[in-house]
Design a protein around this ligand. Structure first.
Ligand SMILES: [Zn+2]
Length: 299
């Protein structure tokens, strides 16, 4: 019973991924251009664990927990339970054993020092809070919750003129405003140094001020790229942008820039929804095409 929890280690950083649910069946919405026919043309991907036998895409809604020196970082907090989500009825009012799973593995929510949301979409902020007796409470009551200042400003001030935006106003009320009211919010710059080798990287496009997280530990460096990609197929095709992107042009140029900078280095890369084993290395071939080779750090 309980949810899947995957443990791994990079350098001195202990990593846990708590998988809220598989997202496989939603990928035709996320990336409609990634048809089985197109995926079949990408050799390194077609035989990997990132696709099903029928070449449809696989991915997860998951939360990363990193133990870095004396700090405990939570990165992206999934969809959450009992959420009011007008535009996304299939994710509304979930009742998943998420907190029970944390309890069952002996994870102390009070030990979390930092929570970071790469952006403020509903599937990255849900477990910032939980509902008890009709009220929303911080899930990690002793943590600082870092939000990019420009990201928050945008969602806070944008007029609620369609169902997607109305839904995200509810998301703020359920998962962000209660954090501010509890005095736990810390508004950061998109390139902020958070100490202990942890730096934010501006990766705009999917949302207006989307951020990624870079962690240096010993001789190793890894990046958690939030939703700058929803699936490794976008490493082969940086121009495959999601219909819901704030700017598809910008998300595409953000991907190209990132892959150019890390290709053929030792830097490990993943994004929030990449199925486990999630980390890998980006390479570039003589035709200028990028690929992704998974590295299994499971322990
Ligand atoms: Zn997402």
């Amino acid at each position: 019973m309980g949810l899947d929890v995957i443990k791994s280690k990079i350098g001195d950083v202990e990593i846990m991924q708590v998988v809220e649910q598989p997202l496989d069946k939603y990928y035709t919405l996320f990336l409609p251009m990634a048809t089985p026919e197109e995926i079949g043309k990408i050799d390194w991907l077609a035989n990997s664990h990132h696709v099903r036998e029928d070449l449809s895409l696989r991915g997860s809604s998951q939360m990363f927990i990193l133990k870095v020196n004396k700090r405990v970082f939570v990165i992206d907090t999934c969809i959450g339970n009992e959420e009011d989500l007008l535009e996304f009825p299939f994710w509304a009012n979930l009742n998943i054993e998420f907190l029970e799973t944390l309890d069952a593995i002996g994870f102390d929510r009070d030990s979390v020092t930092d929570v970071l949301c790469t952006h403020l979409h509903l599937d990255h902020v849900g477990w910032n809070t939980f509902k008890k007796k009709g009220k929303w409470h911080p899930t990690f009551p002793k943590a600082k919750y870092h939000f990019a200042k420009d990201e928050f400003e945008w969602w806070h001030t944008v007029p609620a003129e369609n169902d997607f935006l109305i839904t995200h106003k509810d998301v703020l009320s359920q998962s962000v405003y209660p954090i501010i009211e509890a005095g736990l919010a810390n508004f950061v710059e998109v390139n902020q140094d958070l100490g202990d080798g942890i730096t934010l990287l501006p990766t705009p496009g999917h949302t207006v001020a989307h951020i990624s997280v870079q962690i240096k530990t010993g001789n190793e460096t890894f990046i958690i790229g939030g939703d700058m990609c929803h699936h490794p197929c976008q490493i082969a095709h940086p121009d495959w942008a999601m219909p819901a992107d704030y700017s598809q042009e910008k998300s595409t140029s953000t991907r190209r820039k990132m892959f150019e900078s890390i290709a053929d280095t030792e830097i490990l890369y993943t994004c929030t929804h990449f199925k486990n084993p999630s980390f890998g290395k980006v390479g570039k071939n003589s035709n200028g095409e990028f690929d992704f080779q998974p590295i299994d750090k499971e322990n």
